[in-house]
Structures are given as structure tokens and as C-alpha cells.
Design a protein around this ligand. Structure first.
Ligand code: ADP
Ligand code: MG
Length: 592
């Protein structure tokens, strides 16, 4: 018995349509892309019942003449590419020539269009696969497409549509993305007669973000940009210490096409490590530009994903763009007495800590018993000059003040945990442990970059018995640990000998630090591991909360802190400084 036969054309068409068109947002996306490709400066999207009853997209783009209008519903009919090698350089949003064919086959559709030549436009009415009528109409230049009763002839799929309100959500999200990608285009989204999105044309991305998200969001964003080889990235992203609790405001565009991309998402979160508090995520509007030949956009039926030829380049671009932006703007957390969230972030980048410090000497700490801070920061055998970042003060800080050895005036220590200092326009409360951790982290990273870990070699190495998980972590990370100054030798079973360790720790601490590193390494992704381990070493060797500090030590620590690239956050993402503004104190005490 013969069992294989060709599917009737209309059945095949419906199956294919199902791949491109899943729900109302898919229709909106395809139609808006066509409008953008047609060079529209105004795009209006109208929905009734979340698009289940009606989706209408109208533009003022180049329109179509009668012949093109008749052709555009044929599968694989497109004006955008002609030959196979055009696929190597796709500059338009559409190229598959499938969208109109697919939409038309699963809805009742009316097209109105006019290309400005001749004196009449064209109206075409269709119902599923059937052409109902072609009519002459008076119509302004541009195109309008009405899609009614989506999936009226595919009841199985229509059943899967959600409520009108739920279908509206993704549409609003898509129109938002499209509007972000084209600030010069007017976008309107109307649902049930109400304007949900209204964006008149503007000159910049920042203004568009303002239109959509409002003032508060815009104030928390910095400009970012980076360029390397054939790639360029620019856009807006959260200032240090800003951000939000979720990842809902992260938009990525590749050659102006909104994309969902794991590489870009991962690069963004890595770029923000140590720039945002733990548990917070950046807001981001990232526009990546690449030669068309270096990005494959033809990997997804709805064109929502792309594939990069050089993913490392993409990673570096994001890290560099965010890193550069963050270094320009330091942020300190401000304390307001009546603020529940107790953290309005204010920029101190431009002013810098130009604090007066009358009569306060900075520099090497006193010799009062235990190891002076400065000595810990400066492992034996290394010259102070190269270890101290003072030769290259962090951008955005007051170089003159730094060079003159001035910092905030230290007032004292509170509860053996916090350093209280007088700044330009308020009191600073500095967490001594977090501050020292930040200072050491940057020094250690520099040491690591130069491969100059000072090592202590043990003639009689202590034996450590490792728990199984730590032993596994050690096997996996032995090379990295060795680079960081820890040389460990297997002695059989789970016994190990610690032969060398970085000369930053007391002998008694070294084993403990190693165990901490093994645990940290086991729970960290490979690409973050090095920095995480260095952060752990900084944490273990920093002064602890509860340690009394001399004024000299405090002065030295605070001075060094403000020379780091990020004085506001420790490498683990905890805040280091809070500021109580003078005006707040004045107000509280009734002085104007
Ligand atoms: P694609 O966008 O991949 O080319 P579509 O099926 O979406 O395929 O559209 C087919 C063709 O119809 C397009 O190539 C374009 O020439 C024309 N077209 C579609 N929508 C519009 C529009 N809004 N304005 C002008 N021309 C359009
Ligand atoms: Mg298209």
C-alpha cells in the first residue's frame, strides 16, 4: 500500500505559516519590520482584543504599486534579496519573503497601499488562501495592513491564544523595542481605542528612553561605547550602583535588529560584576554594529536570534564599553533620614573627593604592633612605586588632590568597624573591611597581571586533609592556583602538602585561605574564576570589622580607596561608603 503523498498546497502553507506566525505579536513584528524596511517615518499599530479580533499596522513608507501588491502574498516573494550570496549581507529586517504569505494564509486580510506614482492606490482583500477582491482606492503614500480573525481557519491554534490582555503584553514589549531601535520614527500603539505607547520622533536614544521609561530611568543611565576591529557597540546602561532587582530592562540590538542573545546577556552581567550591588541587574540598551558578513541573522524562523562569527570580540566589546563608562562615573550611596530604600545614588565623579585634610599626614602607617596596613598591601620585594596606583589615579577623581596626598578628613572610628570622615559636603561612613578589600583587590589584580606574586616557600609544608569536594576542585584548578601563588602537591589519598603560598598571609592563615579558594572556585563559572579568587584573597587579607585602627592607617586606607577604579563597591558587590549630606544634617537640626 502506498502511504506517502504530497500535502495539498493550502495545508503545506498553513504548516509553514505556523512556524513564522505563532501569536499576534508575531504578526505585529513582521508588519512593523516591513514598515521600517519601507523607510517609514510613522508607524501606527492598532489592536482589538489583543490582536485576536484585529491587528492593523499603518505606515507612511514607500508603498507598493499594483503589480507588487499582487505579488507580495506569494511565498518567497521579496524585494530585499535576489541571490544566494545576498544572504551574506542582510541589511534589511526582512529577507525571507514569507511573512505576508504566512499571515495572509491564516487570517482575513486587507492591504491598502500606494507608492505615490499614478493617481490611485490599491486595495486587496483576502480570506485565507482565497483572493476576494482587488480595488482602486484613493490612499496616501504608504501601506496599511489589517489582519482580522487570526487563525480563523486553524481552530487548533486559535485555541492556544491567551486573553486579549495577555496577548497585548508581548506586543507592547515588541513595539517598545522597535521604538528604541528607531528614535527618529514615530511609533503609536493603540489598544481598544486607547494609546498605550506614543512616541513622537526624537533625535537621540536617550530621549526615546525618556519617552518610554521616564525621567528616573534616564538619570540612572550612562553612555557607553567601544570599538574594536570590525565591531562597534554603543548605547546606554546603568550607572554604577544603580540598576534594578530584575533583568526586565535589557535590550540588545544587532545592526538595529532586536535580538535575544545569550552571549550579549552573559557579557553584560559579567561586565557589571563589582559595579552593581549583589542581587541587582543592569538596565541596558546596547546597539552592536558588525559587518553584515560577520553576523548570521538567518538562524531562527522569526529572526529573533543571531549567530556571531567572533563571539570573543562581542564579549570584549561589551566589557570594554561598560568598564569605560563605569570608570568615568563613581557613585556613592546617600543616606536620607526618611528614605525607606535609603539609597539615592548621586554622582561624585566630576567633583571627586577634593576634601580638605588640614594637618593630616598620609603615607606609611605607624609601627604599632601588628602588621601595618601598608605592608600588607605591599608584599615583600615589590617596589612601592609600581604597586601603588597613585601613578595613575582613577579617571574622574581629583588628580590634584590625590597628588597632594589629600583625602577626606578622618574624624574617627566607630564601633571598630566604620571610618567616619568629613567630605566636601557631608559625612562619609566607610566600611573598613570592604574598603580595604577593594584596595587590595585592585593591587592583587595588578600583581597578578604582572605575574609577580611574592611566594613563601615552606621547607616543612603542612599536610592538609581535603574533603572530597575540595579535592575535586583542587584537581580542576591546580594550574590557576599555582599562577596565584599556591603550589599544592598530592601526597596520596586526599592528603596534600602546601609547598608555596603567596607571601601576603600569615602561615597560620594560608591553609584556611586555600580552603576558601577551593570552595569559591567550585561555585564559579570558569570565565569569572580568576577575579573571584583574587577577590577572595583580598577579602581574607583585609582588615576585619572589629579591628581598631590608628588614624594614620585610616587616612592611608581612605586615600587609597579613592584612588581605586570603584570606591563605592567592594569586589563582592557590597557598598563601601555611605554619605550623609550636609544639607540633610542642617535640615534635621533646623538650620535652614
Ligand atoms: P520580506 O520582508 O522578507 O521581503 P514579506 O512577506 O514580509 O517578505 O514582504 C514581501 C514584500 O512585500 C517585501 O519584500 C516588500 O517589497 C513588500 N512589502 C511588504 N510590506 C510592505 C510595506 N509596509 N511597505 C512597502 N512594501 C512592503
Ligand atoms: Mg517582511
Amino acid at each position: 500500500m502506498k502511504k506517502i503523498h504530497l500535502l495539498p498546497e493550502d495545508v503545506a502553507q498553513k504548516i509553514a505559516a505556523g512556524e513564522v506566525i505563532e501569536r499576534p505579536v508575531s504578526v505585529v513584528k513582521e508588519l512593523v519590520e516591513n514598515s521600517l524596511d519601507a523607510g517609514a517615518s510613522e508607524i501606527r499599530v492598532e489592536l482589538v482584543d489583543g490582536g485576536k479580533a484585529l491587528i492593523k499596522v499603518q505606515d507612511d513608507g514607500e508603498g507598493m504599486d499594483r503589480d507588487d501588491a499582487a505579488l507580495c502574498f506569494r511565498r518567497h516573494s521579496t524585494s530585499k534579496i535576489a541571490r544566494e550570496d545576498d544572504l551574506e549581507r542582510i541589511a534589511t529586517l526582512g529577507f525571507r519573503g514569507e511573512a505576508l504569505a504566512s499571515i495572509a494564509s491564516v487570517s482575513r486580510l486587507t492591504l491598502r497601499t500606494f507608492d505615490g506614482t499614478g493617481d490611485r492606490g490599491t486595495m486587496i482583500e483576502r480570506e485565507g488562501e482565497r483572493l476576494i477582491a482587488v480595488t482602486d482606492i484613493a490612499f496616501p503614500r504608504g501601506t496599511s495592513i489589517e489582519v482580522r480573525d487570526l487563525f480563523f481557519n486553524l481552530p487548533a491554534r486559535r485555541k492556544f491564544l491567551r486573553s486579549g490582555q495577555s496577548e497585548l503584553g508581548p506586543v507592547a514589549k515588541y513595539v517598545t523595542q522597535a521604538a528604541l531601535a528607531a528614535p527618529g520614527t514615530r511609533f503609536t500603539l493603540v489598544h481598544g481605542g486607547r494609546e498605550t505607547i506614543a512616541c513622537p520622533p526624537v533625535a537621540t536614544l536617550r530621549e526615546r528612553v525618556f519617552q518610554i521609561y521616564g525621567k528616573k530611568m534616564v538619570e540612572g543611565l550612562m553612555d557607553i561605547a567601544a570599538e574594536e576591529g570590525p565591531g562597534r557597540i554603543e548605547g546606554l546602561a546603568s550607572l554604577p550602583l544603580a540598576g534594578r532587582a530584575d533583568k526586565s530592562v535589557q535590550h540588545f540590538f544587532v545592526n538595529h535588529r532586536p535580538v535575544k542573545d545569550r552571549i550579549l546577556m552573559a557579557a553584560l552581567s559579567q561586565a557589571y560584576m563589582g559595579i552593581l550591588e549583589r542581587g541587582r541587574s543592569p538596565e541596558a540598551f546596547l546597539f552592536l554594529r558588525m559587518p553584515f558578513a560577520d553576523v548570521d541573522v538567518n538562524v531562527h524562523p522569526a529572526k529573533a536570534e543571531v549567530r556571531f562569527k567572533d563571539t570573543q570580540l562581542v564579549f570584549r566589546l561589551v566589557l570594554r564599553a561598560v568598564g569605560g563608562g563605569a570608570a568615568r562615573g563613581h557613585t556613592i550611596k546617600e543616606v536620607l533620614p526618611d528614605d525607606a530604600r535609603q539609597g539615592i545614588d548621586s554622582r561624585i565623579a566630576e567633583s571627586g573627593p577634593g576634601y580638605p585634610a588640614p594637618g593630616l599626614a598620609f603615607g606609611p602607617a605607624g609601627t604599632d604592633g601588628d602588621m601595618p596596613l601598608e605592608a600588607r598591601d605591599r608584599p615583600g620585594g615589590l617596589s612601592r612605586e609600581y604597586l601603588s596606583p597613585s601613578s595613575k589615579p582613577a579617571p574622574g577623581l581629583d588628580r590634584a588632590a590625590a597628588a597632594a596626598g589629600k583625602g577626606p578628613l578622618i574624624l574617627g572610628q566607630y564601633e571598630n568597624m566604620y571610618i567616619i570622615a568629613a567630605g566636601d559636603d557631608g559625612l562619609l561612613v566607610i566600611d573598613q573591611h570592604n574598603a580595604h578589600e577593594r584596595v587590595l583587590f585592585e593591587k592583587y589584580r595588578e600583581i597578578d597581571r604582572m605575574k609577580l606574586w611574592p611566594r613563601k616557600i615552606l621547607l616543612i609544608p603542612p599536610l592538609i586533609e581535603l574533603p572530597p569536594s575540595a579535592a575535586v576542585s583542587l584537581e580542576e584548578n591546580a594550574a590557576l592556583l599555582e599562577e596565584l601563588g599556591f603550589r599544592v602537591e598530592a601526597m596520596g589519598g586526599r592528603s596534600y602538602a602546601l609547598k608555596e603560598y603567596p607571601d601576603l598571609f600569615k602561615a597560620a592563615e594560608a591553609t584556611d585561605v586555600l580552603l576558601g579558594l577551593l570552595e569559591e572556585a567550585a561555585g564559579t563559572r570558569a570565565e569569572d574564576r580568576r577575579d573571584k579568587l583574587i577577590a577572595t584573597m583580598a577579602c581574607k587579607s583585609a582588615v576585619k570589622a572589629g579591628e581598631p585602627l590608628t588614624r594614620e592607617k585610616m587616612g592611608y586606607l581612605v586615600e587609597e580607596l579613592f584612588k581605586t577604579s570603584q570606591p563605592a563597591l567592594c569586589p563582592h558587590g557590597r557598598p563601601i561608603v555611605v554619605r550623609v549630606e550636609k544639607s540633610v544634617i542642617d535640615k534635621g537640626l533646623g538650620r535652614k
